[in-house]
Design a protein around this ligand. Structure first.
Ligand SMILES: C[S@@+](CC[C@H](N)C(=O)[O-])C[C@H]1O[C@@H](n2cnc3c(N)ncnc32)[C@H](O)[C@@H]1O
Length: 234
């Protein structure tokens, strides 16, 4: 059982900084037009993809590497009555031709992967002038090795760039005009109560242990982290 198994088992709906409220904030600033082609990468259980489809009438596609997430996302789209094409994808290779999407969306996905590789793949499938919108963690300063070791072990993150390094990675991947729409501290309320809650430790399949571990790491290191909403044009 790892962090992503726990998210899938619990069906966590908005596993990114700021949750669904943050999604609503950036959604209100994007001029989606009916019929545009929109891709979400790392859609999890599909809440954002269903919301975009429902609100804007775009042609919505969403992918995740986990079959269990995609199954839950498909069930959600049926319940919502929206038409989203949910697909399982290979890890660093999107199953699409070049230059077919107007927007690529990712919420808390890119940072858990080789970042430039992922950004290059987003750029490949975007049309010229297409837009990337990515909600991610950024570090306030380069992270000490012991902190990075914890992030690697729990989230499999290879690096957590600073805001200026995120902009550099986007430029390396071929994006122009990179802007930070919003950023701020990832302020988890430190909660030793959660970490110590005996009920968690009795949950089946080690799920509670992962939740407690996530809270422990955030209690300790949340102060090193910002969230960013990065927008970049191909
Ligand atoms: C922290 S969760 C965020 C899920 C969702 N975006 C949300 O905000 O609730 C990260 C998700 O990205 C998926 N993921 C990680 N790496 C991926 C990749 N290379 N391609 C597609 N999906 C990926 C994971 O399986 C997981 O569902």
């Amino acid at each position: 059982m790892d962090y992503y198994d726990a998210l899938a088992a619990l069906g966590v709906e908005s596993a990114h900084p700021g949750g669904f409220e943050m999604t609503q904030t950036w959604l209100s600033q994007i001029p989606f037009e009916r019929g545009q082609e929109v891709l979400e990468v790392g859609c999890g259980v599909g809440k954002t993809a269903c919301e975009i489809s429902h609100r804007f009438g775009v042609a919505m596609t969403a992918v995740d590497i986990r079959k269990d997430m995609i199954e839950k996302a498909k069930a959600r789209s049926i319940a919502y009555g929206v038409n989203v094409d949910f697909l399982v994808t290979a890890k660093h290779k999107l199953p699409f031709r070049d230059a077919i999407f107007d927007y690529v969306i990712a919420e808390s996905v890119t940072v858990f992967n080789p970042i430039v590789t992922m950004l290059q793949e987003y750029a490949r499938v975007l049309k010229t002038n297409g837009m990337l919108l990515d909600v991610e963690m950024a570090s306030m300063a380069p992270l000490p090795q012991d902190v990075m070791r914890e992030f690697r072990s729990l989230y499999h993150a290879i690096e957590v760039p600073t805001i200026s390094d995120w902009k550099k990675r986007a430029a390396q991947a071929g994006f122009n005009d990179t802007q930070i729409l919003l950023s701020g501290p990832v302020m988890p309320s430190p909660s030793d109560e959660i970490v110590a809650n005996p009920m968690l430790h009795n949950m089946p399949n080690g799920i509670g242990r992962i939740i407690a571990e996530n809270q422990r790491v955030m209690n300790l290191y949340g102060k090193w982290l910002n969230f960013i909403i990065l927008m970049a044009r191909k």
